[in-house]
Design a protein around this ligand. Structure first.
Ligand SMILES: [Zn+2]
Ligand SMILES: [Zn+2]
Length: 150
């Protein structure tokens, strides 16, 4: 029997390798009818300096805050990158499934709900800066499923 789920997660992980962030490498794919229609990873806007260049000597202890502030301003999360690309190209994400290497942050989650994605399958739990009370409320509107590695 074909294991599509594994194929999609493998591709999400391969996509994540492309990310230039020194802290997180996140990859996502959008699936409809068992076919990938879009994929994305986290990164800066086109033409802007990459995180790996800006923080080439990144030190987790010394630069955690600096990176966080810079990243919030200039880095686009993998999930939002997909939403923005879909908007630019006029591709509907309604009733699709997103395979993502990490659970989305609350901001991405809110927007994934708003564009009509019906389910998110994730592999790793992302817990930095997550407000879990609000997260629980958001999860009433979308299915968040842990990837089942077989
Ligand atoms: Zn970064
Ligand atoms: Zn996010």
């Amino acid at each position: 029997m074909k294991n599509y789920s594994k194929m999609f997660m493998d591709i999400a992980e391969l996509t994540a390798i492309q990310a230039n962030c020194v802290k997180y490498k996140v990859g996502s794919v959008i699936v409809r009818d068992n076919r990938i229609i879009l994929q994305g990873y986290n990164g800066t806007i086109p033409g802007f300096i990459n995180c790996s260049e800006k923080f080439h000597d990144y030190d987790e202890i010394k630069m955690f805050n600096d990176h966080h502030i810079w990243s919030s301003a200039f880095e686009v999360h993998s999930e939002m990158n997909i939403i923005c690309y879909a908007a630019k190209k006029g591709i509907s994400l309604e009733n699709t499934i997103m395979y993502c290497t990490h659970t989305p942050c609350n901001n991405c989650l809110k927007h994934l709900i708003q564009v009509g994605i019906s389910k998110i399958v994730y592999k790793n739990l992302y817990i930095d800066n997550i407000n879990f009370k609000e997260r629980e409320e958001l999860l009433q509107y979308i299915i968040l499923e842990k990837y089942n590695e077989i």
